[in-house]
Design a protein around this ligand. Structure first.
Ligand code: MSP
Length: 529
């Protein structure tokens, strides 16, 4: 009978696993002409936070990032270093991978456009679009911006320069393969109308709509002058335009055309997280390609804003592209992750400054969160010999607040409003700190008659801190672990407890450690920066 029961339980578990809702999210694949900077790390951290959040909600998550390694820009960068393109890109890809590792990025796959799996599938898909009648040979005459790998027509140029990055453009006149983008004008407009939340933030949608209505043209999707790329299958004298090659990563990584099981499991993507400058490619060209292939469109494309550094655009020529590694070496991975997502509402532009970073560390992380933990653990040691008291009070004010915080955080995370989710978490931390001031445990500790009340206050605080560790886990995974270790609920070999409002085991002994975020003297660190 016991064996039968175990079989039934295993079966139920298997069915649950099979029925698990999936969540597929992606970052752009980054150009490897140069080392990663804050901007790249921002998108990847945001995606990681969402991936961790969704996993904690028990979804079957597939989180993809990778590198975009073909094209003229990279060919030129390799030449400038006297390296073959592949030698050159291998070196830069390692830098990206090391950084993701140092930033605790939990991606499930890392696709490189030089991967054999990707190249082979891109050729097949190109052939498929050609056979569907959406690719034709034509003549291209216009302007090309190498840094953006973008084609422009004369009227789009601004003072003869690229309208996107304002750098000089090159005149191009050659026979090219074209994709019939204009054919999809109406379908795209219909899709936008039926799916009003497809593009986020919605404020960015109008620009796109206007451009679809007024400027949509067939696009050149091959180059004869660029060798470093995937060959056009029906014409080896051409390589596939790097943007077509790149966009397809979102389905080649899922094994499209080969391993259809994986593709069917995760596609369509729940969200492509990108920067605002590549919205046209993701919101218009990519959907049209998918329409041509008769594949469902992604559920959402979220375009976030851009970071400047101390008020200036991040650029190679200004030499201000700070390596995130140097920031995390000085201030820690979690502080950096927290700062980027807390400082600026996701979707808007923001400015990075060391002063702002230090202020957030000292105030939000040190004063608010760090002190709450230290004070509470000190009281547990002082009044209860280090054992977390059981809660006997049924009306637990902090527990109620924690529940409502959880609802608010969930609502903000659904909308990718990371800074607002953090604001709500910090409002709760503020309440917990105020709770200490209001309840004055040091007064309750003076007499034995108030011992039960004291236990209720301290037990309630410990519960609140445990919930805070669950709330902050997607943003600051290391700090969540540290808090649970200090609370005595995380043994070294066990994984983090992500159960919200789960009580403590009887006689849990705290292990107060070092302060989470020791105060930084802004003057000393200004010199380091
Ligand atoms: N390779 C293309 C994307 C192809 S996706 C199919 C590309 N690569 S990129 O290296 O230029 O990276 C662009 C992405 O990096 C942006 O979309 C954005 O996510 C991030 N950022 C780069 N600079 C940035 C800032 N200054 N601020 C914020 N994010 C920015 O475009």
């Amino acid at each position: 009978c016991g064996k039968k029961n175990r079989c039934v339980i295993t079966l139920v578990k298997r069915i649950a696993i099979l029925n698990k809702r999936t969540f597929y999210l992606t970052t752009p694949i980054y150009y490897v002409n140069d080392a990663p900077h804050i901007g790249h790390s921002y998108t990847t951290i945001a995606a990681d936070v969402l991936a961790r959040y969704k996993r904690a909600k028990d979804l079957d998550v597939f989180f993809l990032t990778g590198t975009d390694e073909h094209g003229q820009k990279i060919q030129k960068a390799a030449q400038a270093c006297n390296k073959t393109p592949i030698e050159f890109v291998n070196g830069v890809v390692d830098k990206f991978k090391t950084l993701w590792n140092n930033l605790d990025i939990s991606n499930d796959d890392f696709i490189r456009t030089t991967d054999e799996r990707h190249c082979r599938r891109v050729e097949e898909i190109f052939q498929q679009i050609f056979e569907n009648g959406d690719i034709y040979l034509g003549e291209y005459e216009g302007w090309y911006c190498i840094p953006c790998e973008s084609f422009w027509i004369e009227s789009q140029l601004e003072e003869k320069k690229c309208p996107e990055c304002k750098r000089p453009v090159e005149k191009v006149k050659e026979k090219n393969y074209f994709f019939r983008l204009s054919k999809y004008q109406k379908s795209l407009l219909d899709y936008y109308e039926k799916h009003p939340h497809f593009i986020q933030p919605e404020s960015r949608k109008n620009e796109l709509l206007h451009r679809i209505k007024t400027q949509i043209e067939d696009i050149s999707i091959s180059r004869s002058a660029v060798e470093w790329g995937i060959q056009v299958p029906m014409d080896p004298t051409h390589t596939i335009y790097v943007w077509i090659d790149a966009l397809l990563n979102y389905i080649t990584a899922l094994g499209y055309n080969d391993d259809m099981q994986k593709f069917q499991k995760y596609w369509p993507a729940n969200v492509h997280i990108i920067g605002k400058e590549i919205l046209w490619f993701h919101g218009v060209i990519w959907p049209a390609i998918l329409m041509s292939l008769k594949i469902d469109l992604p559920c959402k494309v979220f375009a976030h804003g851009w970071w400047t550094i101390e008020g200036q655009k991040i650029s190679k020529s200004l030499g201000n592209a700070i390596d995130p590694t140097s920031i995390i070496q000085s201030y820690g991975t979690d502080a950096y992750r927290y700062f980027l997502l807390r400082e600026v509402p996701f979707g808007l532009d923001g400015n990075f400054s060391y002063n702002a970073l230090i202020h957030r560390i000292n105030s939000d992380l040190g004063n608010d969160l760090g002190n709450l933990l230290q004070r509470t653990l000190t009281m547990i040691e002082k009044y209860f010999q280090g054992v977390i008291p059981e809660i006997v009070d049924t009306d637990d004010e902090l527990k109620r607040l924690s529940k409502s915080t959880c609802d608010k955080v969930d609502a903000e995370m659904e909308e990718l409003q990371f800074s607002k989710a953090l604001e709500n978490i910090w409002a709760f931390i503020g309440h917990a700190n105020k709770f200490i001031e209001d309840k004055k445990p040091w007064v309750l500790a003076k007499t034995n008659t108030t011992r039960t009340q004291l236990a209720a206050v301290i037990g309630s605080l410990a519960g609140a801190i445990k919930d805070i560790s669950v709330f902050i886990y997607p943003f600051m995974p290391r700090t969540a672990v540290e808090i649970q270790q200090q609370l005595g609920i995380l043994e070294d070999n066990r994984s983090l407890c992500l159960e919200f409002q789960q009580g403590f085991k009887k006689d849990t002994v705290v292990r107060k450690g070092k302060p989470l975020f020791p105060k930084i003297d802004p003057l000393v660190l200004e010199n380091v920066s």
